[in-house]
Design a protein. Structure first.
Length: 168
């Protein structure tokens, strides 16, 4: 599907359509359970998917969903969607960064942080702000497989380690 999306210049369309399906499965767990159920025939599942999404989905996404229904892999839909997203981001040179803070960052703070991360990485950044009330203050950033700990707890831990080194 990824290669077809590149050939057709339709990656964004396919991604939007796949996100719509995964969002429906999260928002309506009963719908997702129907798709996963071994008691319901595959043709019936395909009919339901076509009724719900058929008019609003490209033929490629409809065929993709039919294939994973045929292969009984619908339980892997969220993992497949995550892998597809990762491929798109890699193809476009986008890095996902998650900033954990005790309270939501303002738009200006998000923009400043995003600009700084883009300067550091020389790549486009998609910044997500997550609230973590266990933090004492500051920000912890997960950038790919790296962690930048600018939290108060992190600073205290580094200070404690430095003091132990001095005492020893």
């Amino acid at each position: 599907m990824f290669e077809v999306g590149i050939e057709n210049n339709s990656l964004d369309l396919y991604w939007d359509e796949l996100k719509a399906i995964t969002a429906a499965c999260m928002e309506y767990p009963d719908f997702y359970e129907i798709l996963k159920s071994p008691k319901i025939k595959t043709d019936e599942k395909k009919r339901v998917v076509h009724e719900v999404f058929g008019k609003n989905q490209s033929g490629e996404i409809n065929n993709f969903i039919k294939i994973i229904l045929d292969k009984r892999r619908i339980k892997d839909l969220f993992n497949i969607a995550k892998e597809f997203e990762d491929l798109i981001y890699k193809h476009k040179g986008i890095v996902k960064a998650t900033a954990y803070t005790i309270k939501p960052l303002t738009e200006d703070e998000q923009l400043a942080l995003k600009d700084k991360l883009q300067f550091m990485t020389k790549k486009e950044i998609e910044l997500i702000n997550r609230i973590d009330e266990t933090l004492l203050g500051g920000v912890m950033i997960k950038l790919g497989d790296k962690v930048i700990d600018g939290t108060l707890r992190g600073k205290l831990n580094r200070l404690q380690y430095s003091l132990k080194e001095i005492i020893v």
